[in-house]
Each structure stands twice: as C-alpha cells, then as structure tokens.
Design a protein around this ligand. Sequence first.
Ligand code: ADP
Ligand code: MG
Length: 613
Amino acid sequence: MSTHTPKKYEFQAEISQLLDIVTHSLYTEKEIFIRELVSNASDALEKLRHTQLTEKEIFDDQATLEINVTTDDKAKTITIQDFGVGMTRAELVENLGTIAHSGSKAFLKALGEGAAKNTNLIGQFGVGFYSAFMVAKSVKVHSRSWQKDEPGHVWTSDGSGSYEIEESDDERRGTKIVLTLKDDASDYATDWKVKEVLERYSAFVSFPINLNGKHVNTIQALWLRNKNEIKDEEYTAFYKFQAHAFDEPRSRLHFSADAPLAINALLFVPKENTEKLGFARLEPSVSLYCRKVMIEAKPKHLLPEWLRFLKGVVDSEDLPLNISRESMQDKALIDKLSKVITKRFLKSLEEEAEKRLDAYNEFYGEFGIFLKEGAAMDYTHKDQIVKLLRFESSLTEKGKTTSLADYVSRMGSEQKEIYYLVGPSRAAIESGPYLEGFKARNLEVLFCYEAVDEYVMNNVREFDGKKLTGADHSDVKLSDLPKPEGGLTEDQTKELAKWLKDTLGERVAEVKASDRLVDSPVLALNADKFMSPHMRRMMKAMNKDGGESPLRVNLEINPRHAVLTHLHALHTGNPDKAKLVAEQLLDNALISAGLLDDATAMVARLNKLLESV
Ligand code: ADP
Ligand code: MG
C-alpha cells in the first residue's frame, strides 16, 4: 500500500494563467479571500444538508454543521475548516485543478473579453478558491468526503504550475484549508484582523462561524423578518452579500404572500445593467429557499428569463425540502411560484411608474431592454409588461416618453391603429419623409430608437385592441387631406409616374402619387410588406436570407413639390438629364429609408448633374 506517497499533478493551463494573475496582482483588497473560502465552506455545508435528505450512510454524521476559523500568528497561518461534503481525490483534481466551475470561469471570460488585466475584476468575480494565493505562499487542503469508503487526502500547492495530493488519515468529514501567509499578509494570522473581515462579509452565512473558538456571526434570514424592523443598511448589506455585489441596490421588493402559495421574497434591482456595459449575459440569480434552507443558489427556471437581472431570495414553505436541486422536478409548483413573483414584481413597477416617475424612468433607461424582451417573448405576462413600455413620440418633448395607454387616450375617434417609426434618433426620424403625412393629419407616431424595437413591436402586435403599425409600412392607409393649390394635375401626375416606372425599370415595383408626403419630394416603401426597411437592415447585419435579395421598392411622389413639377417639364424637354434626376430622386428616397447599400454610383451621377448647374 503506497497510496500515502504524494502524487504530483499539473494545473490545467487556464488555472496556471489564472494563478499567475492572482499571485502577482496588486489588488489591494486581498481580504476577499476570506469571503471566498467561507462561502465555499458554507456551500459545502449546504450540500451536505441536502445529501443528508437523500443518503442514509454519511461519514462522520455527528459532525456539527459549522465553520471554524483559527489563526496562529507565530506560525503565520490561518485555517478554515468546515464539516461539509468534503472532496474525494477525483473531486480535488476536478474542482481545484481545472476550470470546470463558475466563479473563476466568469473571471477568465471577462479577461478574455478585453477587460485587460484589470485587477478590479478580481474583486468583482472573487476568483473563488484561487484568491487564497493572493495572501498565501503555500496552501494545504485537507479533505475527506461524506462517502464512507473514501479516504482523506491532503492537496498541497504553492500556486506555481503544479500541486500534490497525498492520502491522509483524517478522521473528520469535510475540508480544512491551511494557508501559510506571505510576509506582507501576516495580518491575516491575527484574531483582530480576521474578526473585522468576517464581520464585514459573513453576517448572512447561514451556518455558525467560530473564530478561535468564539462565535462571530448571527444568522439572519432577513427575508423572514418584518420589514418595518429592517434598516436600509441591513438590506444593502444583505444585497451585497447575497448577490456578491459591489453597488448599492437601485430598489427592493420585500413581500410575503399566503395564497396561492406561502412565499417570503426579497428581491433587488441592481444599480446598473452590466449586460448593457458589455459584460457577459447575466445568469438568473434569485436563490430558492425553503424555510431558510437553500434549495438552489441560481435556479434557472424560477423566474422568466427576462428577469435575469433580479437578485435576492425566494423562500416558500410549500416546497418539498427534498425537491431535486438539479431539476426542480415539480414544474407545476415552480411555475406557480414564478407567476406569483413575476406578477408582484410587475405590479411594483406599475406603482413606481405611477408614483415615482423619475425613479421609474431611471430604472427604465437601465433595464427597459429586459422589459422589451419580456413583452416580446413572455406570453404569460405580456399584457402586464406592455403597459410598462415607454417611448418618445411625435407629441412628446425630446427626452420625455409616453406609455401606450397615454398614446391611446390621445387617439382621435377615427384613428384605429398605433403608429411607430424606427430610426437611430429623434432627429433622424423627424427629418425623414415618413413622418410628415402623419403630422399633417395630427396622428401621433411613437419613436423607437433601439435595434430590438422592430422585433418587439412585431411580436407585441397590438395594445388595447389596436394594432401596432409601422408608419413606413406600405399598407398604411391615410385619410384624404384637402388638396393644396398648385403642383401637377392628376393627369400630369399619372403621366410622370408612368414615365418614372419605365425609366427606373426593375428598381421600382410601382410609382404613384403619395397621400403622405407634405414637404419631401419622394419616399420609398418596401415592396415586400413583410419586411420593413429597418428589418432588412437588421437581416443584412445578421447576414440572414433576405438582406441580399434584389431590392424593389414602391416609390411615392409628391405632385406638389417643385422638384416633381420641374421633372415633369424636363422629361419631355431634356430626357437624358431627366433620367439622371429620376435616378437621383430614387436614391435620395432609399437613403432616407436606410436602404442605399452602395453610394458610389450615386456620387458619380450627382457630380454629373452638378456639371450642368
Ligand atoms: P465556485 O465556488 O465558484 O464553484 P471556487 O474556486 O470557489 O469556485 O471553488 C471551486 C470548487 O471547489 C467548488 O465548486 C467546490 O466544488 C470545491 N470546493 C471548494 N471549497 C470547498 C470546500 N470547502 N468543501 C467542498 N468543496 C469545495
Ligand atoms: Mg466559491
């Protein structure tokens, strides 16, 4: 039996890279290693509690579910011990030698995404277990699994390329991590320093923590307490602890319900939307508890996908304690829970929009994109979410928004649809040709500036029984306006339209007098009514089918515009020049629609036209 001889292993390349960054980092808040190791100990205890529910035989079953921290300022060590699930040899290799787990993976990903060697990231992601190497010159992990037949092991490393594992005779279940501190980190071998750090980070760990034999944390299931007795600072501290957050929460929702399920929930909206800042897609992270016992830290299906920005805790007494962590099998129950919480959260947003408009607008500016996602994809809550959407419009001031309900309240009795235009900015939409026909008829048009808006509007389809319609869609019918004086006669218009169709050939499907133009000479409508100009642009950007098909548009002309009256005279007098003008007009219309892909031919033509000025 030579199992007691140490065996040497190499770290996986990514881990070596990570360790290199961590050990050489100048990150000043090195103390976070305590938070990381304590939270791992707490996770291991939590896992044990669950294992106890399903397994009969557990090694060292009498061990208390607690965490012991001890310091030795002579030996310059700090030791963190838990009686949790422990690790087998294979698990030591897998968990501490490879990048299979969450925290560090996210860290490396963020580094890869161009965040450079930003040492702040260490604080943001924690880098988990490896943060020990910020302060330790050597780390020993004694671990023994809960499984009866597995022996204990000691894992040792100095944080350079390799580690060793040796079998040991440990008689206690769980994990004991001994850090021999670097000279500049020897403070962490003193009772006072560690006490201070533990108090800061570990108030909400739901297992007792003892420092050198003295109990330091008071267990607080904040969400179960009466909200009138909780101070703002306590909420903030809980948010920071629970969400591993560094910001202050933007808002919170603390509520309990009895029917249809007994629920205590404490939800937070963070200050910032990190997805918007270009960080990775958020993972759902509202934790699920049953009577203070964590069932799952990051359940995927507890809340709808679009609520992935929420943090906090949902505790329901009605959940069976042994509900499987992996699958949360009781889907019907989880669905019910999901609906109650989502409805309640949406209601709190409605209230905010009503009573604290500025706060709501700030929230919307940051997280509105998630509401749009919900409106488009979450059929169950769509109606409630759509009410919360806000847009600028042709009747609001710049920067001010309206809800769909307010839009509808302003609609005249003859207006049947809700109109919108998609464009990069207010200025772009206002100076384009599409709005003027609506303005002339006093029809309000919503302005949509975000790339997803077209998709959202298409999916939402209607509000309050009124269809959402793109003001640049070819099938919009507008009422007749009194015809202003001047311009081409009806016959002249027809003649010019026919000539334009013949001259422009395949590039246009149809040419006709417009009922929407007031100040602009022409506008282009996509002949394919299922694909708006904006949609086409998006398809092209995504390189999907459709973006590259030959473009044919319907051209609408304004018979009262001077350019058209001149063109009418020119097409018989100087057909060559008239042809250049016609082509230029079409290109102008395409530019306004965002449909001109290549401007080279247009510039050459324009130069030719300028020669004759
Ligand atoms: P994370 O906690 O995000 O998974 P860590 O780097 O903190 O990442 O830990 C890596 C893994 O090592 C954990 O997922 C867990 O499986 C294992 N581990 C760490 N500490 C302990 C411990 N005290 N008891 C049991 N397993 C542990
Ligand atoms: Mg961890």
